[in-house]
Design a protein around this ligand. Structure first.
Ligand code: AMP
Ligand code: TRP
Length: 352
């Protein structure tokens, strides 16, 4: 796969030209997604979600809870659980401060264009491209024969999510970099073959917090499927304290950013993401102090950020009617754009 052509922005698509108000600079469109596979953790929050909230005035935003992606692995094919997890994830995104007026949060399966465009994009994606995807390799593990076809084509569905909304920037954690490169390859191939149809998106990956590691195994990415190594956004103060207390460190004593000391480095990265302080400031702050102080400060920081979110989250969960209304309104808001892009792509391909 190439991303050398990355810098070349394609000409404006038909939709973009139509929608740009006269004289007003159009805000860049950002779109991101999160799977409804369980409660999000500090990795999701620091790597992605907090930026979505902090920057919602800067961009034209769309967020998507990707339930069609969640079902790519059999453990998330429990219908009741999936349905509840999808609602819970929307509630959490609203609880952290996404404003439905500025940043609609819709459910992927409510917009049928995602699955339709994914099929079309799958027909311009090479097997060779998909064979290189790290996430498939790590999620399929040793037992590849039993991995689902959906897991294999997961990145093509993600490309459809992004392209349906003429997205410019995709704010994600570092693990999604390769999927966005694939999306770009799909755009370049499609536009070259069928004419300028899609906007070429770019990944927006931050320097800090884009890859938070497991607290129990700092060689592995923190993940929803390993709750012991992850601090969930619904953990109680006692659970948070316990998880930091058990976090793997080493037998040295100085508190410094040292990539070789992976456990400590991860804890310091979390600290840095929460405080936005420089590495030098943090090292100075902890000079002469030990892991106990670091872990205790981390506990306080995390509890202070998550407690208000948890209160709001419980309010949304306790008011199902409002939540369902917001979910339906978000789908109604984004559907016309998705349908227009799908039509454009169908026409370009000669379908229908
Ligand atoms: P997922 O839960 O896999 O749908 O991920 C949702 C968002 O969180 C994506 O932008 C991921 O890149 C990001 N993310 C997931 N795990 C981590 C992690 N350990 N560190 C930083 N970002 C993460
Ligand atoms: N694959 C992403 C993840 O696991 C989730 C996702 C699905 C996504 N569609 C997207 C992220 C579109 C950004 C844009 O985290």
């Amino acid at each position: 796969m190439s991303n050398k052509t990355a810098a070349a922005e394609p000409e404006k698509t038909h939709t973009e030209q139509q929608e740009k108000p006269q004289g007003a600079p159009r805000k860049k469109r950002i779109l991101s997604g999160i799977q409804s596979t369980g409660v999000p953790h500090i990795g999701n929050y620091l790597g992605a979600m907090r930026h979505w909230v902090a920057e919602q005035d800067m961009y034209d935003n769309i967020f998507c809870v990707v339930d069609l992606h969640a079902i790519t692995v059999p453990q998330h094919q429990n219908p009741k659980e999936l349905h509840a997890n999808t609602r819970n994830m929307v509630a959490m995104l609203l609880a952290i401060g996404l404003d439905p007026e500025k940043a609609p949060v819709f459910v992927q399966s409510h917009i049928s264009a995602h699955a339709e465009l994914a099929w079309m994009l799958g027909c311009v994606s090479s097997l060779g491209w998909l064979n290189r995807m790290h996430q498939f390799k790590s999620k399929a593990g040793e037992d590849r024969e039993n991995a689902t076809a959906g897991l294999y084509t997961y990145p093509v569905l993600m490309a459809a999510d992004i392209l349906l909304y003429d997205t410019n920037l995709v704010p994600v954690g570092d693990d999604q970099r390769q999927h966005i490169e694939l999306t770009r390859d799909i755009v370049l191939r499609f536009n070259e073959h069928f004419g300028k149809t899609f906007v070429l998106p770019e990944a927006l990956i931050r320097e800090h917090g884009a890859r938070i590691m497991s607290l129990t195994d700092p060689e592995r990415k923190m993940s929803k499927s390993e709750p012991d190594g992850a601090i969930s956004m619904l953990d109680t103060p006692t659970q948070i304290k316990k998880k930091y207390a058990r976090a793997v460190t080493d037998s040295q004593t100085s508190i410094v950013f040292d990539l070789e000391r992976k456990g400590l480095y991860n804890l310091l990265s979390i600290y840095q993401s929460f405080t936005d302080k420089s590495a030098a400031e943090i090292e100075e702050h902890f000079a002469g102090k030990g892991y106990k102080e670091l872990k205790s400060e981390l506990t306080d920081l995390t509890v202070a950020v998550f407690e208000p979110f948890q209160r709001k989250y419980n309010e949304y969960i306790g008011d199902k009617a409002t939540l369902e209304h917001l979910i339906a309104a978000a789908a109604d808001k984004v559907r016309p754009r998705a349908d227009a892009t799908l039509k454009r792509a169908q026409k370009a391909m000669g379908l229908g």
